[in-house]
Every structure is written in C-alpha cells, then in structure tokens.
Design a binder for this molecule. Structure first.
Ligand code: NDP
Length: 311
C-alpha cells in the first residue's frame, strides 16, 4: 500500500510517499481502509522529533474510513500511523460514525473537536458568564473552541493574525484581537474593567505565555495545551503566587482514558456538528502524496481551520 513514512526527523521533506507492506491486524485490532486523514500540529512534532516515535514510522494521528470486514464507517484519533491507505486499529479506539456525518468531516473534527470538548467541559468547565481567552482562534482547535465556549454561554476573547480576524468574528467571538499588532492583555484589561479572564486556553506557547499569565483574573486558570510558536522555557512556580493561578498542561489522551469517555466526547461533538452549533471549517483537501505541502502550510500559518489528506 501507499503511505507517508518518516525515516529520520527533519523538515517537511522528511515526509516520503512510499510503498510499505499492508498492516496486519493483531488480536483486538481491525483493518480499516482509510478514506480521509486529518492533519494536526502534533504530526509536525512527531516529524521533527520534538515528540519522539521509534523510526521509521508512518505519521498521522487521526482518520476516518471503513472496516474492511464489516463495512462499518468509523473514525479514530490520537493513535499514530494514519497517513496511509490502510491502518490496523484497536477496536476499542474506534468510534462509529452517525449516518449523517461524512468521513471527511469526521477526519477533520475528531482530534481537534474532542480536544476543544475536554478543555471546555473538564479542564476548566465553562458556564454562563465565564470569561475565556482563546488564542489562534482561526486555527483547527481554536475555531472549535470558540464555538463550544459560546455554546456554554461564556464571554469569549479571541486572538488571531491579521488576515484571519473576520473568520474569528464569524465564529461568534465577542472580542477579536490581532495579537500580531495589539497587546492582547491590554485590550482584555480594558474590556473587563481591569479584572482579566477566568481562563486562558493557550496553544501558541512561547510568544503568548507570559501575557497569558498576566491577563488572568485572581484564581484564574492558565491552560497551556500546545506550542505552535515554540516551546515555553522553564518557569519559576512562584510566578503563579501573585494571583493564586491554577496551571494545567493537559493532553487528549488523559481525557479519553476509558471507552465511555471516548464515546461521550465523540458523541457530543458529532451531535453539535449535526445540530449546526459547531461548524467544521475545512481549509483544503490534498492528496496523501502531498503531505509535505500540508505541513508547510500549517507551519507557515497559512491555514484557517483544518487540512485533510485523501489517500
Ligand atoms: P492550528 O490550526 O491552530 O495551527 C497553528 C496556528 O497557530 C497557526 O495557524 C497560527 O494562527 C498560530 N501560530 C501562532 N504563532 C505561530 C508560529 N510561530 N508558527 C506557526 N503557527 C503559529 O493547529 P492545531 O489546531 O492542529 O493545533 C494547535 C495547537 O494545539 C498545537 O500546538 C497542537 O499541538 C495543540 N494540540 C494539543 C492537544 C492536546 O490535547 N494537548 C490536542 C490538539 C492540538 P495565527 O496565524 O492566527 O497566529
């Protein structure tokens, strides 16, 4: 079968389109014909070696397709090896697709959608009247996060780079800030009578971290869940003392521990998509062989919403 393989960590050229043997399903696994693959920033971290996988490996953390044996339509996330025509997947990690959710939407939403879901329901549960700041709000996770935060009645402050601001407004954010020009903390203090926000969901990392910490209200929570601008340097914990700040560095794996939790989050997500409360924005679809191009787009901040690869 055709697949993308990484033999040595590196830039996007490390993603090689090659022939590899068909995967063989072990006990408790099934063979899935992959029909659509979601591209995620974590795939970049695997490729560069920031998050290490044994070499050589097939990258990719999310896909949807059809179980060969039973023709069931399924999707899965947070398991590596999806940049391929087929994958052997543990049955317990597969989520059945409702009839009216197509494979492309599923592949475009599982990982980022369940991430947004655990952030707003479990890491810092939002309620009517909560105030939240979402960075990179035109991005994959960010775009869904804004919509789910609004669904729960929060007042949402959202940042993005200049050309993406209209998209963030359309998503329903209350205050939209160009963080490449304005100091987002200053804007938020002005808008909140100097109080700050209850929670910052920060996936940008290095360039936003310090001001994210500053802009929290007393006993607020800083949720650092990614680092698209680079890794945050070590931090002195006494910095959290000034406002009794809570700090979390969560991952999806810890919020889909049991099969029940996985099904709950995916069901909620698909329900929000079917009802139209959450819209999944697919930036563009590319053939699997162009995975390197997809990574270049993502890393150069050229995307809004999701990139999907099609085998
Ligand atoms: P995005 O679609 O959000 O793409 C990244 C965005 O980050 C860019 O479009 C850009 O938006 C912004 N950005 C700011 N500075 C930079 C920079 N220097 N280089 C590149 N991008 C920059 O990606 P994802 O939604 O896939 O992922 C976002 C982050 O969330 C990643 O760090 C990812 O690893 C993390 N994540 C964490 C999970 C978890 O459970 N912990 C699960 C899923 C994702 P703009 O142009 O508006 O600044």
């Amino acid at each position: 079968m055709k697949a993308i393989q990484v033999s040595a960590p590196g830039d996007a050229d490390a993603l090689q389109y090659v022939d590899v043997p068909m995967p063989v399903a072990k006990e408790n696994e099934v063979l899935v014909r992959v029909e659509a693959i979601g591209v995620n920033y974590i795939d970049v971290y695997h490729r560069t070696g920031l998050y290490k996988l044994p070499l050589p490996f097939i990258p990719g953390s999310e896909a949807a397709g059809v179980i060969e044996e039973t023709s069931e339509r399924v999707a899965w996330a947070f398991l590596s090896g999806t940049y391929a025509e087929y994958a052997a997947v543990p049955r317990e990690k597969l989520v059945p697709l409702p009839p009216d959710v197509d494979v492309r939407t599923a592949a475009a939403s599982m990982l980022q959608g369940m991430t947004a879901h655990y952030l707003v329901t479990s890491t810092y549960p939002l309620a009517a009247g909560s105030t939240a700041l979402v960075h990179a709000a035109a991005g994959g996770v960010g775009g869904i996060l804004v919509q789910m935060a609004k669904q729960r009645g929060a007042r949402v402050f959202a940042t993005a780079s200049t050309s993406k601001l209209d998209i963030v407004r359309e998503l329903g954010a209350d205050v939209v800030i160009d963080y490449t020009i304005d100091d987002f903390a200053e804007v938020i203090f002005r808008e909140t009578e100097q109080r700050g926000v209850d929670v910052v969901y920060d996936s940008v990392g290095r360039t936003t971290f310090d001001r994210s910490l500053d802009v929290l209200a007393t006993r607020g929570m800083l949720v650092l869940f990614g680092q698209s601008s680079g890794v945050v340097p070590p931090i002195d914990p006494t910095r959290f003392a000034k406002k009794s700040t809570f700090f979390s560095r969560p991952t999806l794996g810890a919020y889909t521990v049991t099969r029940d939790e996985l099904l709950w989050r995916s069901r909620d997500l698909f329900e929000s998509i079917r009802s139209g409360e959450v819209r999944i924005r697919i930036d563009r679809e590319l053939p699997l062989r162009d995975a390197a191009q997809a990574h270049r787009l993502l890393e150069s901040r050229a995307t809004t919403g999701k990139l999907v690869l099609v085998p």
